[in-house]
Write a protein that binds this ligand. Sequence first.
Ligand code: OAD
Length: 250
Amino acid sequence: MVESDPVQLVAERLAASTLTVVLTGSGTSAESGVPTFRDAQTGLWAKYRPEDLATPAAFAQNPQFVWDWYQWRRGIIADVQPNAGHRALAELARRVTALTLITQNVDGLHQRAGSDHVIEFHGNIMRSKCSVQGCGVEVDLTDDTSPPRCPDCGGALRPDVVWFGEPIPPAALESALQAVADCDVMLVAGTSAQVQPAASLAEVAKERGACLVEINPESTPLTAIADFVLAGPSGRVLPALVNALGSQNA
Ligand code: OAD
């Protein structure tokens, strides 16, 4: 093994880390068969941009239409399995002193791979919540083909995800900010780092002195400030990292 192998060097940092934070984006689910957020949509939905469907205004204007889009995406997610990258992150949590996983993904695949206490920064597509302001009832998704009604107030239920122009759920934001302020290593995997405030979490970690590691086959706005760039698919890089950590601990 070459000493300057970046995977080995990152593994050394992980072995010494007292708090590791991982931020993931839709690229970590790509190898499961879930299209990344900015990938072209397919089939009936190909002519719509997610940015035009994932908004409170779109839901207010045509709840059925937005609901149908989410049902399509839920169908994709229900049919796929966590990949080697998801499993490696669940394993990583067992190998380091402490790990906080923050995900922008709404697909629940980290949890299905065995990760606990995941901070869902943008919500979860498999839950619904009441769209009426001030009601806020949350329910597990039912299989309805049209937006179900709120059991409390009768308002339309909507997917429990963060839409464009909406704030991050306060508890998720607070826990994430605390973790990035305290961590000594932060891995950022499979995100284009274009959406705030998620992307700025990495900048906060870096400013506070953490070692920033990017895992992505493409470069992003974070590439220039990363201490290590492990260029490649997360389904290959993350297991390699866990393996290298294993040899560190041996
Ligand atoms: P994007 O679609 O913007 O970016 C996906 C990233 O994954 C890109 O940088 C790809 O290079 C990378 N990628 C692709 N395949 C990969 C692989 N196998 N392994 C690792 N990386 C890979 O998706 P996000 O950055 O997740 O928010 O988008 C962030 C947020 O933008 C979403 O959560 C969504 C959207 O606004 C909301 O809906 C609130």
